[in-house]
Design a protein around this ligand. Structure first.
Ligand code: FES
Ligand code: FES
Length: 160
C-alpha cells in the first residue's frame, strides 16, 4: 500500500508542491518527479556521495533524506548552483585539471567542494582530501580533484 504526503518546498529558487510517496528519497524525487537529473544515485546507502545536494544551506545525502520530510525546506541542486554561477570557478577548474572524467561523481564533488570552501577558504590539501573523503570517484584517482579545489581556493584568495 502506498501512502502519499503533500509537500511544498523550494527547489533552486522555485516553489514546488507535490504529493510524494512517503518512502520516496529526495534524490529520486528530484530526478524522477522534477526531472533534475544532475544529482546521481550510486550506492543509495549514504556511502558514495553521488547524490549530494543542499538542504537549507547544508549538504546532505539525497538518498538518505525522505522528500516527505522536507515540507518548507529549501533545496539546491547542481542545476541551481550552475545556473546561479556560484560554482563557475570550481566547474572551470575541474575541466582545466581534468578532474571530471566520466562525470558521475562530479555534481556531488562540486557541491562538497563548495561546502568546504565556504567553511574554510584556505584549506590544506589534507583538509581538501578529508572533506571530499565521503565522495567516491572511480576515474580520477582524486589528485586532479584536489588540484582543482586547491587552485580555486588560491585564486579566490588572490594567491594563484
Ligand atoms: S547514492 Fe547517496 S551516498 Fe551513494
Ligand atoms: S569522474 Fe568518473 S566517477 Fe569521478
Amino acid at each position: 500500500m502506498s501512502t502519499e504526503v503533500a509537500v511544498t518546498l523550494t527547489v533552486n529558487g522555485e516553489r514546488v508542491s507535490r504529493r510524494v510517496e512517503a518512502r520516496r528519497h529526495l534524490v529520486d524525487f528530484l530526478r524522477l518527479d522534477l526531472g533534475l537529473m544532475g544529482s546521481h544515485t550510486g550506492c543509495e546507502h549514504g556511502i558514495c556521495g553521488a547524490c549530494t545536494v543542499r538542504v537549507d544551506g547544508v549538504i546532505v545525502r539525497g538518498c538518505l533524506v525522505l522528500a516527505a520530510a522536507l515540507d518548507g525546506a529549501e533545496v539546491e541542486t547542481i542545476e541551481g548552483l550552475s545556473d546561479s554561477g556560484e560554482i563557475r570557478d570550481l566547474q572551470e577548474a575541474f575541466i582545466a585539471r581534468n578532474a571530471a572524467q566520466c562525470g558521475y561523481c562530479t555534481p556531488g564533488m562540486l557541491l562538497t567542494a563548495a561546502d568546504l570552501l565556504q567553511a574554510n577558504p584556505r584549506p590544506t590539501r589534507a583538509e581538501i582530501r578529508e572533506h571530499l573523503a565521503g565522495n567516491y570517484c572511480r576515474c580520477t584517482g582524486y589528485h586532479a580533484i584536489v588540484d582543482a579545489v586547491e587552485t580555486v581556493a588560491q585564486t579566490r584568495n588572490g594567491e594563484a
